[in-house]
Design a protein around this ligand. Structure first.
Ligand code: NOJ
Length: 739
């Protein structure tokens, strides 16, 4: 079959599985359509009462006894956390019965899925496969839309450099280049699926001191512009319709009242025309931050800074109209906020899209192609960190397997934001999937060992140890779940929660080889396990199809290809540990000497570096060619490398290109990712991979926030992790006429 016929059939199949209401891509309109929207928005603003305007700036959550009359009266213009299609249809109907018939934004945190769960975003980043990540967001957007939800509070693009922070599971990890690519892919996917994306949390939420959630962030201008802002910019350039402000303060100013960020930078410099929503209750929190004396002042400050919608703070709805009437808040600020909200609603054509039919809405959930995408994403998100050769499990040698750990079998993957009440099919248990793949000749037993998914307490511990001791191989699925990951779940000890470390020690004590399968929301400290377990397989909760995908990896039906999206620390004391740090005047040398920038009791290196992951085959990198030894100021670097599969199995590898400017006006990182490509190779096959890096990507921001590209010598490193060893170099020429 030709490629184009195949592509046609696949897209026909995808469309057939999605009802019409769900096929509503959301994007900024251009040309005449955009002009007509602007005119319509202005007309509406002229018609609206002050109360109706404030209603558009109010976001109210679902609760028992919700009063639909408030929507009809125009006092509630946006809602969140409605997932029951009958209720969603009812709220939207109430909006249509209001005087001006302005559609509601109906928001939901669709972090890694609605009904079909994909790996957590950190796991999606581990795929290094943006097309797959976009597809995951597309299905999530479609499933949201099928239920009538037209707005998602995702993607989170906060940089994750501190594994103590419980929320890094929602982002793409430590690297700014990878985060930018994933931010754009997820934004495109959600909006193509029919849910307006909200890029969050603007800005610096991931940089809270000590990794403690909601904590203060101090970020110098260079880091703000080079590290924290670029993923937001990527999402906005990809068309994101909304932005969410962060809870924390940045350089002393709460993000919710940060006019310099929300208005000067986001709107004025970047030209963002969409809406900004506060985080949950973060406007009244301005009082706790100590910059507002009362709710009314908090409301005024947030509005003046550039927050258009108050999420569950109830201070716009309570105070704004009175503040305007008393002359303390300018009506022009209210109008501007309303303008942005209406603009998003009409650009996204929220009033033109047909309402859902509550009787059939749920039939679009967990469709076969969505589950297929979830399986493919799950497979590629799995990272093989250690393997002494035990994997893939060989049915000719392994006659019995004991699967231990409650996480092998929860009914569903659950993250704290996952919408309750959305129907989902049961997930195949990991032991069932292993038994299916290993065949009848292999006995597969299961014992949870612990009583909950969090592993807080032992369950039938004796039965678990007995089953383990009786098997040829132990597969222990342990990790973090429930309250140990996600919002408000910062940790200081990055061990397995509860009694799981103890359980693991006892499993190792049986003398049987242990394959440790981790399902966590962050990199844990694994140093004490190196050499004591036969293999470590890292997953970031792999989603609806995760257990089956893990079984495929364990049995070799799928050759693992995931790469770490973050450095794994050796100990908590090493944090922060990330690969693109600056050099020091006294770097760590092989002999290690006291007066170097080192720890007395720990190496500087992470346990597993960024971009690392093993395979069941071996890849070789050779023949690095710099096709452009001199790059013109407005030009691009072109470099190529040959990647060869030197082993006996088909597999995928991620070729990674890092650069360094060894000498510049300010100290530059020891290396920075500037390109990656994931390729599949058959045994014995090799392929030339070509990277192109525009010269504009080679600069940095100075302390004044100005972007500078300095000509001079650059080094290149190419390989399959941030330790990439192949080296080359090029010159970046001065601009013509430049000095
Ligand atoms: C608080 C979180 O910080 C934010 O990301 C989320 O969208 C809201 N809660 C709504 O659930």
């Amino acid at each position: 079959m030709s490629r184009s016929i195949l592509a046609f059939l696949v897209s026909a199949l995808l469309c057939a599985a999605v009802p019409a209401a769900a096929q509503a891509p959301m994007q900024w309109q251009t040309g005449r359509a955009a002009a007509a929207i602007e005119a319509r928005v202005e007309r509406l603003i002229r018609q609206m009462t002050l109360e109706e305007k404030v209603g558009q700036l109010h976001l109210y959550g679902r609760r028992e006894g919700f009063d639909y009359g408030e929507i009809r009266a125009g006092r509630i213009g946006n809602v969140m956390n409605f997932v029951d299609p009958a209720e969603v249809a009812a709220v939207q109907k109430a909006a249509r019965e209001s005087r001006l018939k302005i559609p509601l934004l109906i928001g939901l945190d669709a972090v890694h899925g609605v009904s079909t769960y994909f790996p957590l975003p950190l796991g999606q980043a581990a795929t290094f496969n943006p097309a797959l990540v976009e597809e995951a967001a597309l299905w999530t957007g479609r499933e949201a839309r099928a239920l009538g939800i037209n707005w998602t509070f995702a993607p989170m693009v906060d940089m994750g450099r501190d594994p103590r922070w419980g929320r890094l599971l929602e982002g793409a990890g430590e690297d700014v280049f990878l985060s930018r690519i994933m931010a754009a892919a997820r934004t495109r996917g959600y909006q193509a699926g029919g849910a307006a994306a909200t890029v969050k949390h603007f800005v610096g939420y991931g940089a809270g001191e000590a990794g403690r959630d909601y904590n203060t962030a101090w970020i110098p201008a260079e880091q703000l512009h080079d590290i924290h802002l670029p993923p937001f910019r990527a999402s906005i350039d990809a068309g994101a319709l909304s932005v969410m402000a962060a809870f924390n303060s940045v350089n002393g100013v709460p993000a919710t009242a940060h006019r310099e960020m929300l208005t000067d930078l986001l709107r004025r410099n970047w030209g963002f025309r969409g809406l900004v929503v506060s985080d949950f209750g973060s406007i009244p929190e301005l009082m706790a931050h100590g910059i507002a004396a009362d709710e009314a002042e908090a409301a005024r400050k947030a509005l003046a800074a550039g927050i258009d919608i108050d999420m569950m703070g109830f201070v716009y709805s309570k105070h704004l109209a009175a503040e305007v009437r008393a002359g303390r808040a300018p009506i022009a600020q209210v109008d501007e906020a309303v303008r942005r909200v209406l603009r998003v609603k009409f650009h996204a054509r929220m009033d033109e899209i047909a309402d859902i039919d509550p009787r059939t809405a749920e039939s679009a959930l967990q469709s076969p192609p969505a589950l297929d995408a979830a399986r493919r994403a799950a497979r590629e998100s799995i990272i093989l960190l250690e393997n002494d050769g035990i994997l893939p499990l060989d049915p000719a040698r392994v006659r019995s397997v004991a699967v231990i750990g409650a996480l092998s079998r929860p009914d569903q993957e659950r993250v704290w934001t996952d919408p309750a009440g959305v129907p989902r099919k049961p997930i195949e248990a990991m032991d069932a999937a292993l038994a299916r793949l290993l065949g009848q000749g292999v006995r597969v037993a299961f014992q949870p060992g612990v009583s909950t998914y969090c592993g807080k307490e032992f369950g039938d511990r004796a039965a678990a140890i007995e089953a383990a001791a009786a098997a040829d191989v132990i597969v222990a699925k342990l990790g973090e779940d429930c309250e140990f990951m996600g919002e408000g779940a910062s940790r200081t000890r990055l061990t397995l929660p509860g009694v799981q470390d103890q359980l693991l020690d006892e499993l190792i004590g049986t003398g049987k080889p242990v394959v440790l399968v981790l399902a966590t929301g962050r990199p844990l400290v694994l140093s004490h396990l190196k050499g004591r377990v036969a293999a470590i397989v890292q997953t970031f909760h792999a989603g609806s199809e995760g257990r089956a995908a893990i079984a495929e990896v364990l049995t070799g039906a799928f050759n693992p290809s995931g790469k770490t999206p973050m450095s794994f620390p050796r100990s908590v004391g090493q944090i922060p540990v990330y690969y693109d740090h600056l050099p020091t005047g006294r770097p760590e040398t092989p002999g290690r000497f006291r007066y170097e920038s080192i720890f007395m009791d720990e190496s500087n290196l992470p346990l597993y570096p960024f971009g690392f992951g093993l395979s069941y085959t071996r890849f070789g990198f050779s023949d690095l060619r710099i096709e452009t030894p001199v790059v013109a100021a407005g030009g691009a670097l072109t470099a190529s490398v040959t990647v060869a599969n030197l082993g006996g199995r088909e597999g995928q590898e991620v070729a990674q290109l890092y650069i360094r400017q060894p000498m510049a006006r300010i100290s530059r990182p020891v290396r920075q990712l500037k390109g990656f490509q994931k390729i599949a190779l058959k045994p014995g096959e090799s392929r030339k991979v070509t990277f192109t890096v525009p010269a504009t990507e080679l600069g940095y921001h100075d302390a004044q926030g100005r972007y500078v590209v300095e000509p001079g010598r650059f080094e290149i490193h190419v390989g399959n992790s941030s330790l990439a060893e192949l080296k080359g170099e090029f010159q970046l020429a001065r601009p013509q006429g430049g000095r």
